[in-house]
Ligand binder design. Sequence first.
Ligand code: SF4
Length: 423
Amino acid sequence: MKLPYINNTNPLYFQSFKIWKDVTREQWDDYKWQMKNTITTGEILQQVIPISEKEKESINSTLAKYKFAMTPYWASLIDPHNPECPFLLQAVPTPDELKVSTGEFEDPLAEEVDSPVPGLTHRYPDRVLILITTICSLYCRFCTRRRVILDKEGHLERGQMERILGYIGSHPEIRDVILSGGDAVVTGSILETWLKGLRRIPHVEIIRVASKIPCVMPMRITEELVSVLKKYTPIYFMTHFNHPYEITPEAKRACDLLVESGIPIMNQAVLLRKINSDVLIMKRLMQELLKIRVKPYYIYQCDLSEGISHFRTPVQKGIEIIEALRGHTSGLAVPEFVIDVPGGGGKVPVMPSYLISQSDKKVILRNYEGLIASYPQPEETNCDCSTAGEVAKETFQDHTGLTELFLKNNVSLEPHEVKDRTK
Ligand code: SF4
């Protein structure tokens, strides 16, 4: 996919910006150069795209509360003639961010409530999230964790790392660890220290590295970085493309390097008003991702973080997008649309309904075209497997939520508040 306003065939296209007229391709492709020349003020941005004095002032006034950073690579992709360019809206601060709307929270996902050790969230039974840094190479204006990411700076200290590894080591049920932040990859050699520490814990089966680097500074994905990651497989790379225009030749090269080293990449897009809140944009995004061997994993409904209501879409927009994907394009291109429910309830999948009705004889289904068909139920309904007992001995048993009702003798599931009232 080509950006309509960039000559993708010109390898020196960035030299058309006055500020980078003397930059060589070698410098441009060097992530250290990109980091050193990161744009952090309205004044520098003004040298890249035409913004008015008023816009510059409003960017700078937002900076009094929240951080701003954008790599030259990302800035070079902004369409200077489109005030609603997806690269612009995702990265450039506006005064809207300073408005706190009703129903917004500082910590909408209550990550700090489910944090037995600072820096670690343990919400789901067998996996944990570690916020190893508050640094990113680009600060997304819609960031869920803006309370920590956009107003604090730094990596977790060594003492915290030891406490977190100690917690994981003493919880044998934890088999999946997500290293996030911030951007896990910007931590450099610290990332390897985390990976090494986690791999010493026998019950940690998989590690996920969450990073927006392939979209915002793809030159950071180097042979050297990939050779580090490879040592600690199985590792899944969780990335964050939001618009098909982000899939540039540079982004493709970064993803090729990861995939060809045996590191699968999954994409977690966020549904953002006026950026990707459109069926055709999302369909194209998912198809382009598959072409670079990135599996579309989630589309998130925008969270209820303070100051980002201008990015939120009605929930039915996400349902409409899934309706337009399922059946209309490869199943591989269909992610799950989820709402991370406020208050720490976790991710809830939301989708169109394909099951119309059911009896013990048949279920009635509809397909993507609207065809309504019946599927007969089998006569034999006993589904017990002879190997289940053996497998269960080696598997962590999670009997919470509805699983508790299926597998135990409980007759009801009561929220804690109801239990408290009946005491
Ligand atoms: S890369 Fe992730 S953590 Fe960093 S600002 Fe964007 S959404 Fe937030």
